[in-house]
Design a protein around this ligand. Structure first.
Ligand code: CP3
Length: 344
């Protein structure tokens, strides 16, 4: 039998001398080859829905750097689109969607079983990748967590403080909860389909979890993650799941145990020492180099990378950034980070 892949070993709880490594947004605008393929596709959404080109951009960072994992090229906002929301991207600004402001808006969404009509090309990309990736590379699928996806569906765009979503939650809780329930059900179907198409691991991105405090965090970040993970584990018990309740701070503690996640991804607002003590005690952690080092490079990058590897060396660890790499990053700094992780 072939040796188990390094990412899967970490997710199974194994401590390794050299942590496996991949990077959020590893296929992206900091790479000239990504920009060329995106130009060929015409726009970002056409790239997501073109299985040949989406496969190509997923493979680009694997070819260039030999990361231990490839992450499916797609976006968390394809689920709202599959549920019937209008979605478009404004160059230089970000996503725009039709908004949901009340129960009638939730009721007008398409039924969950219809999402695959829109999302079939994504499953084709997963199948392509499963058959072309190098044998040592793990294929990661993903979706947005219900709260984060809802913040975009309610506001119709990204917001600095998720104000419109908090307002709907506080003013019309039944409609807000109905929306979260719909996204939760759709996410289970979407991730299940990715696993059936060949995703070996799935990751749930709750990018705005940090704006949920106290009881709200439990109800709208932790509980939906637990529901999704429980449903996926019932269908696909052997597929590891990474949860990313970004900027969860104290709420990172116990999150894996409470939700059933196999790994918690950490942003860079917590130190690796703190995470070793409070989060890694429960199992695998992923993270958490600040993405600015991919812009600034140099001795700081090397020192910080070594410090994170050292601090998390006594337990299962997947090296990653604390958030996605930015378009102004220098591709040489990515190589320097990888060399530092692998060569010590
Ligand atoms: O990590 C990967 O390489 C896989 C692909 C991936 C993308 N988006 C591609 C993308 C993943 C996992 C995502 C997740 C995603 N998308 C999140 C959660 C993670 C996070 O970053 O917090 C969120 C909030 C989104 C929504 C989204 N998509 C926004 C807000 C934007 C615009 C911001 C920006 O960077 O321009 C996108 C666009 C997007 N998604 C790009 C990429 C490579 C850039 C689009 C382009 O090429 O113009």
């Amino acid at each position: 039998m072939a040796e188990q892949k390094t990412i899967l070993k970490a997710l199974a709880g194994e401590t390794q001398d050299v942590p496996p490594i991949w990077m959020m947004r590893q296929a992206g605008r900091y790479l000239p080859e990504y920009k060329a393929t995106r130009a060929e596709a015409g726009d970002f959404l056409s790239l997501c829905y073109n299985p040949d080109l989406a496969t190509e951009v997923t493979l680009q960072p694997i070819r260039r750097y030999g990361f231990d994992a490839a992450i499916l090229f797609a976006d968390i906002l394809l689920v709202p689109q599959a549920l019937g929301a209008d979605l478009w991207f404004v160059t230089g600004e970000g996503p725009r969607l039709s908004t949901i402001t009340d129960q009638a808006g939730v009721d007008a969404l398409r039924p969950v079983e219809d999402i695959h009509e829109t999302l079939n090309p994504i499953y084709q990309t997963v199948r392509n990748l499963a058959s072309t990736l190098p044998s040592e590379t793990t294929l990661i699928g993903f979706a947005g967590a219900p709260w984060t996806v809802a913040t975009y569906m309610i506001a119709g765009r990204g917001t600095p403080d998720q104000g419109p979503a908090h307002a709907l939650k506080d003013e019309n809780r039944p409609a807000f909860e109905a929306l979260l329930a719909r996204i939760t059900a759709a996410t289970v179907e979407y991730l299940s389909a990715q696993i059936e198409a060949g995703a070996e691991v799935v990751k749930l991105f709750d990018s705005w979890a940090g704006s949920l405090k106290g009881e709200d965090f439990t109800r709208y970040a932790l509980t939906p993650a637990q529901e999704i993970i429980t449903a996926l584990k019932a269908r696909h018990p052997d597929t590891p799941i990474i949860a990313f309740p970004r900027e969860g701070s104290e709420n990172y503690i116990g999150f894996a145990k409470a939700t059933g996640a196999d790994c918690v991804a950490l942003d860079d607002s917590v130190t690796a020492e703190w995470a070793a003590k409070h989060v890694q005690v429960d199992g695998c952690v992923q993270g958490n180099l600040a993405s600015r080092h991919m812009v600034t490079g140099g001795d700081d990058l090397v020192r910080e990378t070594r410090a994170i590897v050292d601090a998390l060396s006594n337990g299962p660890h997947i090296f990653n950034l604390g958030h996605g790499i930015t378009p102004d990053a220098n591709p040489d700094n990515v190589q320097l980070m990888i060399d530092t992780v692998r060569e010590g």
